[in-house]
Design a protein around this ligand. Structure first.
Ligand code: F6R
Length: 370
């Protein structure tokens, strides 16, 4: 039931504060936020303690969640992490290191390529292999075939374009990073309690992002008749740029590409002209100055910039530079908060173009064939 909403996708975008709060409750006790709950992955501590490498396998939006997790595992825990789309991984006879934690991320748990990649790894049977399903459907094939089940508590997702599944995947991945970091003593308790405190602010921050709906809708009007669009981000926002481009192309049918902003000079800058909208994800983080330089590069070539910027980023609107301000958030969790504006933008552009938002052409919710 869509209730008051025009589409399932919009309803699911608005469900994110609750879905994220539910997912957080698996691991964080509201009354005692400085440590993880004792019962969170309690039975898996021995398995997690032996992990020396993380291999993430997924498709589409779930793959983008995995890309964010790679930054987290490596920067917060100093644990090496590889991430790859399942359709490539399964066919290239990859090396799976001993003592790997293989994380399969899938909303449905039925994605054919993801399941086949997992089976391929199990056939290789490296020493100390631990497999984990990060999945929204407890009864799925993926959950049955893995050692550990870490649920996303998004609730059923009906819209083909993944929204609340993505943000809850990110939250669950962060909880997994913290748990593994705690078990292996690779995250100190001060850092852990700071991140737990920041995690608890997330539902409120997601509500605040939803309040940006009106300015984002106004921004969307600029995209209605566009042929092609770029999404730029750096660091933790690079996967969100990829996700923004995927969302826009799948529901509005406008060609879109996500790029790490530092790659502009290596090719995509040639595309930039006055008809090219460029969406930029600009939270206040360690990459902001570099990102501003990249924005300048496209602005100088008359590209029109549409920027989601932190209130304290000192980015001001000017000609051909539109800004929607997002409340300040901690750098580590910013990708979760900045997911909401790119979802809303894609949604409004698609509605204006009159496409079938919940059921885009040629796509299926669960991709059970390769
Ligand atoms: C995009 C989208 C797809 C899925 C992909 C994987 O909005 O929904 O890219 O993310 O098909 O599906 P799951 O997560 O079910 O394995």
């Amino acid at each position: 039931d869509k209730g008051e909403f025009k589409h399932y996708m919009l309803k699911e975008i608005y469900e994110q504060p609750d879905a994220v709060a539910r997912t957080l409750e698996m691991a964080i006790d509201n009354r005692q936020a400085s440590a993880l709950r004792d019962d969170f992955l309690a039975r898996n501590e021995a398995q997690l303690s032996g992990v020396q490498h993380v291999q993430i396998i997924a498709c589409g939006t779930s793959y983008h969640a995995g890309m964010v997790a790679k930054y987290w595992f490596e920067s917060l825990m100093r644990l090496s992490c590889s991430v790859e789309v399942a359709s490539e991984f399964r066919y290239r006879n990859p090396v799976v290191l001993d003592n790997s934690l293989v994380i399969c991320i899938s909303q449905s748990g039925e994605t054919a390529d993801t399941l086949s990649a997992l089976r391929e790894i199990k056939k290789q049977n490296p020493a100390g292999l631990v497999s984990l399903a990060l999945c929204n459907v407890p009864t799925s094939t993926l959950v049955r075939e893995t050692d550990i089940f870490l649920p996303t508590l998004a609730g059923p997702e009906i819209g083909v374009a993944s929204t609340k599944a993505f943000t809850t995947q990110l939250v669950a991945l962060m909880l997994l990073v913290l748990k593994t970091g705690a078990v292996q003593q690779r995250i100190d308790s001060a850092n852990l309690s700071t991140l737990l405190g920041e995690l608890q602010k997330l539902p409120g921050q997601l509500y605040a992002s939803l309040h940006l709906d009106a300015p984002i809708k106004a921004m969307a009007e600029h995209f209605e008749d566009k042929k092609s669009c770029l999404f730029l981000g750096r660091g933790l926002q690079f996967p969100i740029a990829l996700e923004g481009a995927l969302k826009l192309k799948e529901i509005s049918y406008i060609h879109a590409e996500g790029y790490a902003a530092g790659e502009l000079k290596h090719g995509p800058l040639a595309l930039v002209d006055k008809d090219m909208p460029i969406v930029v994800l600009a939270p206040k983080d360690s990459m902001l100055d570099k990102l501003k330089a990249n924005m300048q590069e496209v602005h100088a070539r008359h590209g029109e910039l549409f920027v989601f910027a932190s209130e304290d980023s000192h980015i001001n609107a000017e000609e051909r530079l539109h800004v929607v301000y997002v409340k300040a958030v901690c750098e580590t969790l910013a990708p979760i908060v900045y997911s909401v504006p790119i979802q809303l933008l894609s949604y409004h552009v698609a509605v204006m173009r009159g496409t079938d938002v919940d059921q885009p052409r040629n796509l299926a919710k669960s991709v059970t064939v390769e």
